[in-house]
Design a protein around this ligand. Sequence first.
Ligand SMILES: Nc1ncnc2c1ncn2[C@@H]1O[C@H](COP(=O)(O)OP(=O)(O)OP(=O)(O)O)[C@@H](O)[C@H]1O
Length: 274
Amino acid sequence: MSSTPALSVPSGPSAPPAPPALQATNIGVRFGGIQALDDVSLTLRPGEICGLIGPNGAGKTTLFDVLSGIRRPDEGRVHLDGTDVTRRSPVWRARHGVRRTFQRQQLFGQLTVADNLVVAQEWRGGGGGLAADLLASPTRRTYERDRRARAATVLRACGLDDLGGTYAGALPVGRARMVELARAVADPPRVLLLDEPASGMTADERRHLSSVIRRLSEEEGCAVLLVEHNVAFVMELAARVVVLDLGHVLAEGTPAEVHFDRRVRDAYLGTTAD
Ligand SMILES: Nc1ncnc2c1ncn2[C@@H]1O[C@H](COP(=O)(O)OP(=O)(O)OP(=O)(O)O)[C@@H](O)[C@H]1O
């Protein structure tokens, strides 16, 4: 199996500190007369869980689009492991470990849950191209087996092992959300951008989601940026929270610091922390 090209600087006694996993600097995005993001900077360290919150229209999705490469910013730069990726495509970034989920579900509803995870690994290629696919070459079969094994491992880790054979389109919302996370991590990510992962989940499902995200950060060193309207969920999970409002960074700090920040409370009309 080919491996993801390494971007990180090797660490050692005399090596400089590892660069941030992902860094956005002075990002500006305009839609005609609307300044959706204005001078926004954000740093994500390896293994860190960072929350990104803000009222509707604050610019959270636009920032995700910039970080994942879907939208090129009018101003500012994006660095991945210290490498400038501002002009790199979403596909290039995904291949270098930046994975994303979307506010609206993006599963292949007519594939099984397991197949959704196998397809997520297909970018690595099948070894031998179309001919090998058509002839079901031994190499191709080995790749397929490895991917099915990885899919099964991830499904188990996400508590979805009983759903591998279920069509993704038949799942209730909370389960489908968890499958989206499983699909995003089917190929191990370095940076995970989660857009409203808990929406539609029950309290039990949210607890399970938290534990899966924590494991990814603590055991695999994955950097996680989490957009959620469920502020309590973010405050409980994230070590650091960035608050966007009207395209600006309004506040940044620990959940407690943000919780007691008057500007944040005003932006949420006093409802933020309750
Ligand atoms: N494609 C677009 N064309 C024009 N304006 C846009 C476009 N996408 C976003 N905007 C505007 O940019 C601003 C930021 O929108 P964005 O969707 O990033 O906010 P958000 O914080 O994700 O909001 P929500 O929480 O409602 O999803 C809003 O004023 C929005 O109307």
